[in-house]
Ligand binder design. Sequence first.
Ligand SMILES: NC(=O)c1ccc[n+]([C@@H]2O[C@H](COP(=O)([O-])OP(=O)(O)OC[C@H]3O[C@@H](n4cnc5c(N)ncnc54)[C@H](O)[C@@H]3O)[C@@H](O)[C@H]2O)c1
Length: 251
Amino acid sequence: MSAPVSGAIDLSGRRALVSGAARGIGRAAALALAREGADVACLDILDCAETAGLIQEMGRQALAIETDVRSPEEVSAGVGQVLDAWGGVDILVSSHGILGSSRTPLPELDLEEWDRVQEVNLRGAFLLLKAVWPAMQAQGGGKVVFLGSIAGRIGGVLAGPHYCGSKGGVHALAKWAAKNGAAHGILVNTIAPGPIATPMIAGEPYRPDMSPLGRLGEPEDIAEAVVFLASQASNYITGIVLDVNGGILMA
Ligand SMILES: NC(=O)c1ccc[n+]([C@@H]2O[C@H](COP(=O)([O-])OP(=O)(O)OC[C@H]3O[C@@H](n4cnc5c(N)ncnc54)[C@H](O)[C@@H]3O)[C@@H](O)[C@H]2O)c1
């Protein structure tokens, strides 16, 4: 990645791939990247047609790719579809995820539930990174943004041990990738959101007064941080965990 360019953020011509783009943070990130000029491939186990349609209405290119991030074959085919269409990937945003059961007492938390959360959150993040890595290397660089969590930093606000463990794993995977990607111009950072009002936490007892700013985060609060870490404005930042949590954690 080259030195910063002064002026507004401009992602024109950048090819982005966003997982979890059907809803929540991934959807907001995909739309914000497109707003700044990027073409966006929207990948999810759910149908991403709505997100892709909104991106096309902005005059950008969009792909809607139905992929289960747990499957190496599906991830490889999904990323392959983007590479065939656009010839490369400049920005990867890994925003898929599941919370798992957050109130099961540890003695009753079975291995199936532990594995289910690791397979989506950590294995899925690894498979996406692995699939875009050769293309980013070949093209001389790229930007990767992982969605970690405050849960991976402080053991959760209300989340369970399986979710916390998976997100700690994502933070560490991102640091490995930042160290090993730097020589290839691949910059890798993690965003650690606090509670954000998305379907993931619907029904969970998070309260606005848990944050010093007096509200839960909105998906757009995270999307703007994604834009920053995907853009030329952050060309000297790699390997960080950016806390976006309304002040719940001040580290
Ligand atoms: N909402 C929060 O409070 C919060 C806090 C911290 C971190 N995060 C993280 O932010 C990211 C986005 O979460 P969100 O709040 O938008 O949740 P969400 O549930 O609204 O969206 C998650 C998306 O991931 C997709 N997904 C789930 N399993 C998948 C699979 N196997 N393959 C492909 N896609 C799959 C879902 O279909 C969904 O579209 C996640 O990594 C989450 O862990 C969320």
